[in-house]
Design a protein around this ligand. Sequence first.
Ligand code: NAD
Length: 450
Amino acid sequence: MDPRPTRRTSSTPLADASHARLPSRRRFLLAAAGLALTPALARCVAARQAPAFLRHVSPRRPDALRLACIGTANRAWENIQEVRHEQIVALCDVDSAYLERAGAEFPDAVRVRDWRELVDHARDLDLDGVVVSTPDHAHAPITLAALRAGLPVYCEKPLTRTVAEAREVRAAAARAGVATQMGTQIHAGETYRRVVEAVRAGAVGRVTAVDCWVTKSWGDGRLTPGAVAPPTLDWDLWQCDAPRQGYIEGVHPGNWRKYWAYGTGTLGDMGCHLLDLPMWALGLTDEHVAAAEVFAEGPPVDAVGTPAWLEASWAMVGVPAVGGAAPAGPGAPDPLVLRWFDGGRMSPFVQEIGAKDRVDYHNRFNVCFIGTEGALFANYGEMLVWPGARAAQWRAPAPTIAQSVGHHREWLAAIRAGRPSDALCGFGYGSRLTELVLRGVEGYRNMRRG
Ligand SMILES: NC(=O)c1ccc[n+]([C@@H]2O[C@H](COP(=O)([O-])OP(=O)(O)OC[C@H]3O[C@@H](n4cnc5c(N)ncnc54)[C@H](O)[C@@H]3O)[C@@H](O)[C@H]2O)c1
């Protein structure tokens, strides 16, 4: 029961395409009534035509939330596993092979290829929430439409592809007042909570800088003229609101991260997971992030593909001291600095002490809080206070941040309770973290052009 996909072509404006889909009698009546078919009206009229999938909507199960999942393979499939104890009412994917595979596991869920049909018919589907696990360029269009329809949303990281979109989603989520959660599931793990407590309790003294890095690299995406999309993929729908272009060999699945049109390179991919730690521990606000001075370095900017390596830093003034007292005396204190290294680039601090200690901190960890009294290394699952002498006398504080019920379950509980603040990475926090990361990405793209 695969519903008719709604195709739009790059050369056909939406109003014309929708108009062309209308039954001729309706078109005639509209023309006779002298109604101009604006895009909004065209969508309205098209939405009133009940799509075939609505005949197969399953009845509400008691005690379960009714969810639609947009994107079904890879990370999307992992997200589906995390919410499958609820009622999966609809699955949506632009690749029919993925959609059929997921659909086979959820025979009661309707299958849809165009997410707009899901959002347009959210009431008919009686939805309680939407899980968005598409490539990054589709996050903002889908999330904004869902929020405007009053739907709670779980959306993968980074929340958006651009800073402007992050701010728009923040505003829309605040207006909607529904439960939201960005897909930074490490936030719900034990380690990050204990790191935040340790840093705040002075494990490294007053924090002066935080270095974050990954060894991997998503870069050097190039166009491949004449490439043909896999037969199961609706390339037009996949592009969502991005400017239309021919299929790029291998871009789907996964490699869209290498293209500015769809992704944000390595920093955009991993930054939300890692910069989450300094954002949380230091209590950074929207204002700190918006006012940060950003510096970036990398290979010459390419208009199409993301860089093979990148270094970025954010200098912030006015961040209250964490882990120790602010220095006394006249003059403004030094700014707090966050630094990012990917694609093989290394933090000079980590490199230096690693060489001295003969320890490969770089490959073992991803975050280092640097303070007036020492340093604290962390990854998703462990932390280490440095140097050894300080670690020997350091006593971790009693836990103050309660264990999470799980990242997805926080969101589900927040929907049930009608309390968006129960989800710790709601779109207020999530958009701020995304903005921090994307200011680094955009800093790189802009600085090199200038
Ligand atoms: N939280 C994490 O640890 C984590 C891990 C990996 C990926 N991610 C994030 O998850 C998202 C997906 O990453 P991925 O690597 O799984 O990508 P992918 O390209 O492998 O998979 C994307 C899925 O969405 C589908 N899709 C694409 N466009 C769609 C659209 N417009 N409507 C409906 N379905 C669409 C694809 O067919 C595919 O099923 C990204 O935002 C990524 O950053 C998060």
